[in-house]
Design a protein around this ligand. Structure first.
Ligand code: NYM
Length: 211
């Protein structure tokens, strides 16, 4: 029997800090809604949940936590929203997600002595994105934009490590996009890919993430 509601797509924007993910995810949701396509934005970390509030204290340097334990909190923060993500997608809503498991893996594994594979473990089984768009900035562009704030990880050296780690994702759903385009050109490019994906997955099952 065919379902009456087509499912929404799970779309993720990834990238180093200041690559434009937050601006682009907001603009994508606006553009989709203008086309009468139900879409919502979610962001990780979601600082509004109980676990998100501990993460916020960690990022703003109010508290210290061991690297592996904070990694598991970032992952738990995604698991907190897992059933809500599935519910929305099944109800036909496309979710534009500002950072997901890929951020979890590339940021923690940019720290000393933490194995990439270990970082992937807790992410397995989460809803698998239908499309991940990695907004890539050259190191020159990154340096131009690097008006970093005071949060943990916001420095060029660490971001360069993070950027290299993103290169380890090579599956067909993970595509690299040049982030050094003007804002509206970039939105249009991303929107075309999102629309194609929404159409492509509408009758398919939402998979589970396996790294
Ligand atoms: N971050 C984000 C992680 O270290 N692990 C994760 O799983 C996620 C989702 O949090 N520097 C880091 C990346 C960012 C920081 O993110 C806060 P944002 O998008 O600036 O709120």
């Amino acid at each position: 029997m065919t379902k009456s509601i087509m499912r929404g797509a799970l779309i993720v924007l990834e990238g180093c800090d200041r690559s434009g993910k937050t601006t682009q995810s907001t603009k994508l949701v606006e553009a989709l809604n203008k086309l009468n396509i139900p879409a919502k934005k979610i962001s990780f970390p979601d600082r509004s949940t109980p676990i998100g509030s501990i993460i916020n204290d960690y990022l703003s340097r109010k508290i210290e936590l061991p690297d592996r334990s904070v990694h598991l909190l970032f992952s738990a923060n995604r698991w907190e929203l897992e059933s809500e993500i599935r519910k929305q997608i099944e109800a036909g809503v496309t979710l534009i997600v500002d950072r997901y498991s890929y951020s979890g893996v590339v940021f923690t594994s940019a720290k000393q002595c933490i194995d990439f594979k270990w970082c992937c473990g807790p992410e397995n089984g989460l809803p698998k994105p239908d499309l991940v768009m990695f907004l890539k900035l050259s190191s020159e562009e990154m340096a131009k934009r690097s008006g970093f704030g005071d949060e943990r990880y916001e420095n060029v050296e660490f971001q360069n490590k993070v950027d290299k780690n993103y290169d380890r994702f090579t599956n067909e759903n993970f595509i690299q996009i040049n982030a050094a385009q003007d804002i509206s050109t970039l939105t249009n490019n991303l929107l075309n890919k999102v629309l194609t994906t929404i159409d492509f997955v509408k009758n398919k099952e939402l998979d589970e993430l396996v790294f």
